[in-house]
Design a protein around this ligand. Structure first.
Ligand SMILES: *Cc1c(COP(=O)(O)O)cnc(C)c1O
Length: 243
């Protein structure tokens, strides 16, 4: 995609059409689904172009990269990004939890209990709790996440005891290129139902699932947040500046 002249705006327009068609197929409302632009390895200029095209939700998977690229995020900072949300979607190291809790509006990649404890340490005194999603492992061998429903329930118990953190839902990554995305998304929806029945007082409404290769299936299976990178920005490989 880098080579041709497909602009970010044009890519977004075509993704938008595909989301809308998937919504129609699934009998869903477009407003139920948020579109995140995953800007990892993309330059700041690409972020700005996506923002000009209407994107207000961004995802990064490294704390340091996000801190450098989105310096304007966080309380009291100047425009242009004050109206945007930035979510952490990558594996989070414990020693980066403090910085992450400051620069991100949501941590989607809570994949172990240790991380809940660490984030709780740095968010205890907050006025507005930090929203987090629990990540469920649903198939991609190289990916992280809680391994099963039981560990998810345990993590939820712990999470709901942290006043600085707020449960907001679940996240998963489906296996790449395997045709198993649908099963993976269904597993996440089942885990959500289990959490809702076990902890009805909490909010589990966000289902963050669906990437460039499988977002239409994710819409059909109930996704409320699509995390899309390459379909918007082109391939990340190499260090070519955006044309
Ligand atoms: C990179 C990444 C995405 C986006 O992947 P694309 O296939 O480029 O759309 C989504 N979620 C996570 C967790 C990622 O690391």
């Amino acid at each position: 995609m880098w080579g041709d002249s497909l602009s970010i705006a044009a890519a977004l327009e075509s993704i938008e059409e595909r989301i809308q068609r998937a919504c129609i197929r699934a009998g869903r409302k477009r407003e139920e689904i948020r579109l995140m632009a995953v800007t990892k390895f993309q330059p700041r200029a690409a972020v700005e172009e996506a923002r000009s095209s209407g994107i207000r939700l961004f995802g990064e998977n490294r704390v340091q990269e996000a801190a450098e690229k989105f310096p304007a995020f966080g309380a009291g900072d100047p425009p242009p990004f004050r109206d945007c949300e930035l979510h952490m979607i990558g594996s989070l190291q414990r020693n980066k939890a403090k910085l992450a809790s400051r620069i991100f509006d949501c941590i989607q990649s809570i994949d172990r209990e240790e991380l809940i404890a660490e984030l709780a340490k740095h968010t205890g005194g907050r006025e507005r709790p930090l929203p987090v999603l629990l990540e469920l492992h649903t198939g991609e061998p190289s990916k992280s996440g809680f391994p099963d429903g039981e560990s998810l329930i345990q993590a939820a118990e712990r999470l709901l005891c942290c006043p600085g953190l707020r449960a907001a839902g679940l996240m998963t990554m489906a296996p790449f290129d395997s045709g198993e995305a649908r099963a993976s998304f269904r597993a996440l929806a089942r885990a959500q139902a289990a959490l809702v029945s076990r902890f009805p007082q909490a909010d589990w409404s966000c289902l963050s699932m669906g990437m460039s290769g499988d977002f239409e299936i994710a819409v059909e299976e109930g996704s409320t947040l699509l995390r899309i990178g390459t379909a918007i920005f082109g391939e990340r490989s190499g260090s070519l500046p955006r044309a």
